[in-house]
Design a protein. Structure first.
Length: 191
């Protein structure tokens, strides 16, 4: 099973991924935790480029989209082998991040057509004011107008694709319990 947590910056994806991994391990599942961008040389280049002041410019965004697609291809064998071993793969972001962070979604589907899509996508929906309080402001994408735009795109995408939307404004434990309620029926109950 392949599970992805999505959401705007500050929504708690990284925190919830760690809690989810521990819970799944406690339930007897072997877990592979992945994230985008990866630690591959492509992923490292992406991280560096995201700090560039020109990162929001259209041509720069196209380059990033291509790099993200290449970085995802690096993950495909890892995900396949893990699933064949009956492991649960959990990801901090996936293909859908590109769809909401880029301006022209049409070509993004084409360059990502070989990417394994998650079985379950959980959108951690967070109010922009709370996101700004949680963000460290390390990149140009952490500003009110941008986060509001991305949040709206995530909510629209969630509706179109039957994502599970969880209110990330709640406390860490409540959000974790909500995530467990979504996943538990798919993997079998776990106390």
């Amino acid at each position: 099973m392949y599970i992805c947590l999505e959401g705007i910056d500050g929504s708690g994806k990284s925190t919830q991924i760690v809690l989810l991994e521990k819970w799944l391990n406690d339930c007897g599942h072997d877990v592979l935790r992945i994230f985008e961008p990866t630690d591959s040389s492509i992923g490292k280049l992406i991280r560096e480029m995201l700090r560039n002041p020109k990162a929001e410019e259209e041509d720069f965004q196209k380059t990033l989209a291509l790099l993200f697609a290449a970085d995802r291809m690096v993950l495909m064998d890892t995900i396949k082998v893990s699933e064949e071993s009956n492991n649960v793969v959990i990801s901090d972001r996936c293909f859908y991040s590109s769809i909401v962070y880029q301006n022209d979604a049409g070509w993004l589907y084409e360059i990502n057509k070989f990417i394994r899509k998650p079985d379950i996508v959980i959108l951690l929906d967070l109010d922009v004011d709370n996101a700004l309080e949680r963000c460290e402001g390390n990149d140009s994408f952490e500003n009110r107008a941008f986060l509001e735009k991305i949040r709206k795109k995530y909510l629209k995408l969630a509706e179109e694709n039957d994502f599970f939307v969880i209110n990330a404004n709640n406390g860490i434990n409540k959000v974790h319990d909500d995530i467990k309620r979504v996943i538990s029926p798919k993997i079998g109950r776990c106390i």
